[in-house]
Write a protein that binds this ligand. Sequence first.
Ligand code: FES
Ligand code: FES
Length: 186
Amino acid sequence: MEVTVRLTVNGQPAQGSAEPRTLLVHFLRDTLGLTGTHVGCDTSQCGACTVLLDGHAVKSCTTLAVQADGHEVTTVEGLADLVPPEARIEGLHPLQAAFWERHGLQCGFCTPGMLMTAADLLASKPDPSEAEIREGLEGNICRCTGYQNIVAAVRLAAEHLRSAGVSPVGASGGTTLGDAARGGAR
Ligand code: FES
Ligand code: FES
């Protein structure tokens, strides 16, 4: 039996059929065609699948599509649109620009999840210490970079966002599915 899931994705209304057991990541990738969200494991450990649900990072492989019904999801495809145009850097979200500037990626597989987790982190901690960034990203695994440049990128993005005076997640935020689904960065 399939049900209709209606939600807002990257600011636009979206809907599709899903079985009650369908994971949000598969709904986003296979039903909505948003393949920027990656699947890197089957144990909820890697964080490559992280998206924002009502402004908070969740692992979309640990969230059912039906749980997102009526909610607002942001994937990496919609990240830049969370900040006003004047706060973007060459059309990119400050986090994306900082990952570019600080070489915070190599193969890029982990990057969408890193960006979305970092956005949630900077929304609650606009000026995090290096230790706080490392703790905030501990639920996201990168097999390439050694993390140093990712941390540097998040620090640079934090500077940009503070000087622009904008939130990395825009006006989104609100109800969440609770800590079990958030799993997100932890
Ligand atoms: S795909 Fe690895 S945590 Fe979701
Ligand atoms: S850049 Fe390759 S896994 Fe992180």
